[in-house]
Design a protein around this ligand. Structure first.
Ligand code: DGT
Ligand code: CA
Ligand code: CA
Ligand code: ZN
Length: 566
């Protein structure tokens, strides 16, 4: 898969062009990069089918460039642009608060080329003196540098999951009788260090040869009969291990982890006079279980623990008592209540989104485009909203598989007011409210803004409640306990946003919200057809937060949902 490579180059081009300001070119490259980065298919396959130009935001010029990257691994146009500007763009732009323009300023004025230069200059207080910077910005750069250091080296689950599943499919074509993805991916952790794969085979040599010669392999790190490690061309490492059938369950349990869960599971075994390792459960020297995970749990006197729960957060105690939650299932989701279309910053029409979700088996979706004050996202004004309502009414008469609900995603302003009038909100089926600006206010102020939105009787959902973006921006300061309390009081639903870099609320906050009796909704926030598949990531996050279907309102059929909303 070259998706990541292609997307990275397109993004870098946008960055480099943006030094001279945002224009249609930078926007076009960004949009194309986003399309490729989150495409659920291999870009090379799309290219081979000659269908690059059918992807959102990719025209003739971009498709030529993408072909060049796929064929040669680089792009002449990009190489030339880079020569004009010798800085470690990738590292610098990952620091929140630094965009292409400020990077250019820092280079022109202080000669800053990389993170080390940046840190030195910030600590010597040289940045605050630059035009448009100041003390606050300088301090913020120091804080964000620390944050960036801590989180590098891990990849978003949403990016690595399609890759891992691709490799699994590929291996299924070799001499294996079983293949499973283990590790943090199987636990659906939001970021992942590497890909762990387990196989059963009686021809390990052939399987290892096959594995180490796959197209995606960039470098073979270790090659053995029982274990090999490779690095993919995109830099991600993959471990593969061979087990025999009788040990596959215990191996899967062990290599799924988490490490902390494994350690406590072993203690349970010992307490029962048994021994547990990756080869099985042993009584004296005899293996008494190991073929399946279910069998291992049973022998230890526990309920089966779903992989998403294996984080040593109380699941072992619950499993011993038979008190595990019955987690919401991936196929229980009946609709998606945050979707963007061409009416604001989405790529597809309402009709296309509706037809695609109809095929996913949903009963309903809500179209929730951005409103007025979010100019960057092409927000609709009140006339736009009224026209969209009419279009949806008309569309619903012609759609049979799905109902489209009329929604908006309104902005909560710096004082906690909404940017759409109550008269208009009253006509909507779903009102989603979110903060999109003013993140650096005090904790009281930020919490107060969300609380006032929840107190508006028309607001149904608070979207991406903590505003974090993984690897990019920390959650804003919030009194979450207060927010949970008001969410319950006012019957406002908190979103689990499924975008791979948001997953917000995150697992531990979901668990707390549910304990406080809040109801949640899992939304994709999709901006194109491909992103509709992110529902899986949101659902896994909810499962990691111990959510049951009763906690998630979009597991309800439409009739019941409508009743809840009214
Ligand atoms: P990652 O790769 O950082 O996202 O996280 P994991 O959980 O996939 O960790 P990884 O790849 O180092 O190891 C896979 C699993 O193998 C891990 O979840 C638990 C098991 N494991 C690895 N090292 C140890 C260990 O030292 N002790 C125990 N009990 N289990 C281990
Ligand atoms: Ca791993
Ligand atoms: Ca590993
Ligand atoms: Zn949005």
């Amino acid at each position: 898969m070259k998706n990541r490579k292609v997307a990275t180059i397109l993004n870098r081009i946008a960055d480099l062009l943006e030094m001279d300001g945002v224009d249609f070119r930078t926007k076009a490259y960004r949009r194309a990069a986003h399309t490729v980065e989150f495409l659920s298919r291999d870009i090379q396959d799309v290219r081979n089918e000659g269908k690059l130009e059918e992807l959102p935001g990719i025209g003739k010029n971009l498709s030529k460039k993408i072909e060049e990257i796929i064929d040669t691994g680089s792009l002449e146009y990009y190489e030339n642009l880079k020569k004009e500007f010798p800085v470690d763009f990738e590292a610098l732009v990952a620091i929140e608060g630094l965009g292409p323009k400020s990077i250019k300023l820092l280079y022109d004025e202080l000669g800053i080329k990389n993170l080390e230069d940046l840190e030195k200059a910030a600590k010597r207080h040289r940045i605050r003196r630059l035009k448009g910077m100041g003390d606050k910005k300088e301090h913020q750069i120091i804080e964000n540098l620390k944050f960036a250091r801590k989180t590098t080296g891990r990849t978003l689950l949403g990016q690595i999951l399609p890759l891992a599943e691709g490799i699994k499919k590929e291996l299924e074509k070799s001499d294996v009788s079983d293949v499973e993805i283990a590790g943090s991916i199987r636990r659906m952790q939001e970021t992942v260090g590497d890909i762990d794969i387990l196989v059963v085979t009686d021809k390990p040599k052939q399987v290892m040869d096959y594995f180490t010669s796959m197209d995606e392999v960039g470098k073979i790190i270790v090659k053995g009969l029982l274990k090999s490690t490779i690095r993919l061309k995109n830099g991600v490492q993959v471990d593969i291990r061979v087990f025999n059938e009788d040990s596959f369950g215990s191996a899967l349990l062990y290599f799924t982890g988490s490490k902390e869960t494994n350690i406590d599971m072993r203690k349970i075994a010992i307490r029962n006079g048994l021994k547990l390792n990756e080869y099985g459960v042993y009584m004296d020297e005899k293996q008494i279980a190991g073929k399946t995970e279910e069998e291992v749990f049973r022998k230890l006197g526990m309920q089966y623990i779903e992989p998403e729960l294996r984080e040593n957060r109380g699941e072992i105690e619950a499993a011993l008592k038979g008190k595990l939650p019955k987690l919401v299932e991936y196929n229980e989701i009946m609709g998606d209540l945050q979707i963007h279309t061409k009416w604001s910053d989405g790529d597809a029409s309402i009709q296309d989104m509706a037809q695609k979700t109809g095929k996913l088996g949903y009963e309903y979706i809500a179209v929730t485009d951005h409103t007025g004050s979010l100019k960057i996202a092409g927000g609709m004004d009140e006339n736009g909203i009224k026209r969209q309502i009419k279009e949806i009414d008309k569309l619903n008469q012609n759609l049979d598989e799905i109902i489209v609900l009329k929604g908006v995603e309104v902005n909560i302003d710096s004082e906690g007011r909404l940017d759409v009038s109550n008269e208009l909100l009253e006509n909507m089926d779903i009102v989603v409210a979110a903060l999109h600006s003013g993140f650096r206010q005090s904790r009281e102020k930020l919490t107060g803004r969300i609380v006032s939105a929840m107190e508006n009787e028309h607001v149904n959902i608070i979207a991406h409640p903590t505003g974090r973006k993984i690897h990019y921006r920390m959650a804003y300061e919030l009194d979450l306990e207060k927010i949970f309390e008001v969410s319950k009081e006012t019957g406002t639903f908190l979103e689990v946003n499924s975008q791979p870099n948001r997953l917000d609320l995150k697992d531990i906050n979901i668990k707390r919200a549910i304990e406080e009796g809040c109801k949640l909704v899992i939304n994709t926030d999709a901006h194109n057809l491909d992103q509709l598949s992110y529902m899986k990531l949101g659902t896994s996050t909810a499962r990691r937060g111990w959510a049951e279907s009763k906690d998630i309102i979009n597991t309800l059929p439409l009739k019941k949902l409508e009743k809840l909303l009214s």
